[in-house]
Design a protein around this ligand. Structure first.
Ligand code: SF4
Length: 67
């Protein structure tokens, strides 16, 4: 399992701009100019990966995915 290779993404068509993911992982998500979340930086350590997984699981509209 190459967990460091996880690629997170945000579906802008689903995102409602609640900001939860940014609160969970401000290193990895940010608001774009239209107040929707975008991936700022892919997680590159276990701590960031864990926080991104928390963000993914807590997104109210399931807009965050990983591949
Ligand atoms: S938690 Fe989900 S809905 Fe909220 S800003 Fe992040 S991606 Fe958008």
């Amino acid at each position: 399992m190459e967990k460091n290779k996880s690629i997170f993404s945000v579906d802008k068509l689903l995102c409602i701009g609640c900001g939860n993911c940014i609160a969970e992982s401000k290193n990895n998500f940010k608001m774009d100019d239209n107040s929707y979340s975008v991936v700022k930086k892919q997680p590159d350590n276990d701590s960031e990966i864990e926080l991104c997984n928390v963000a993914l699981n807590n997104c109210p509209v399931k807009a965050i995915t990983k591949s």
